[in-house]
Write a protein that binds this ligand. Structure first.
Ligand code: PNS
Length: 166
């Protein structure tokens, strides 16, 4: 039987940390669904379609990776897709409480669903989409933090004023 995992997130924008988790999910699962949360209430730098497009470019050479948008509860989306594993990266201790809460909630909502935490690569311990946006906003060099194929998208958006879909 083909084993599939969902890697959910906002990916605003995708970072080297996300890409590392996606690649490590690929080592364990036959198919990885990268699922971008559609949340019109949340202010983001990139629209859902832009984020999906950027993720697709970064994973273009990965036949076992699918990029989708999802609305509503992750537990329901997993059920719809017949998927029983969520893969997430766990960074510093600060991630733990929220991730633990989400994992337990998802388990209640869908008892067939397991959340698998991959310990983040030490290099990416401090990395997050918000940190990347902050550095870029202040003119810092983000080239080592994001996949090269989306670097220009971020710089262009910042040049436009970085307002995103506000
Ligand atoms: O990259 P993020 O913003 O940390 O990802 C958070 C995400 C998308 C995984 C989480 O917000 C989510 O699963 N949202 C869908 C709504 C949901 O299922 N909520 C209940 C889980 S506690």
């Amino acid at each position: 039987m083909m084993k599939t995992a969902i890697c959910p997130g906002s990916f605003d924008p995708v970072t080297m940390g996300h890409l590392d988790i996606i690649n490590r999910s690929r080592r364990v699962f036959d198919h990885t669904i990268v699922a971008v949360l559609v949340n019109p209430e949340k202010h983001t730098l990139f629209s859902v379609q832009e984020r999906i497009g950027m993720l697709k470019r970064c994973t273009a050479d990965m036949d076992d990776v699918e990029v989708v948008g999802f609305e509503g509860l992750l537990a329901d989306y997993a059920r719809q897709r017949g998927v029983t594993a969520i893969v997430k990266g766990l960074r510093a201790l600060s991630d733990f409480e929220y991730e633990f809460q989400m994992a337990l909630t998802n388990k209640r909502l869908n008892p067939n669903l397991e959340t698998i935490f991959l310990t983040t690569n030490a290099e990416n311990m401090f990395l997050s989409s918000s940190i990347v946006k902050q550095i870029a906003n202040f003119g810092g060099d983000i080239s080592q933090f994001v996949p090269v194929c989306i670097l220009e998208d971020i710089l262009a958006r910042i040049r436009e004023g970085g307002k995103g879909n506000e």
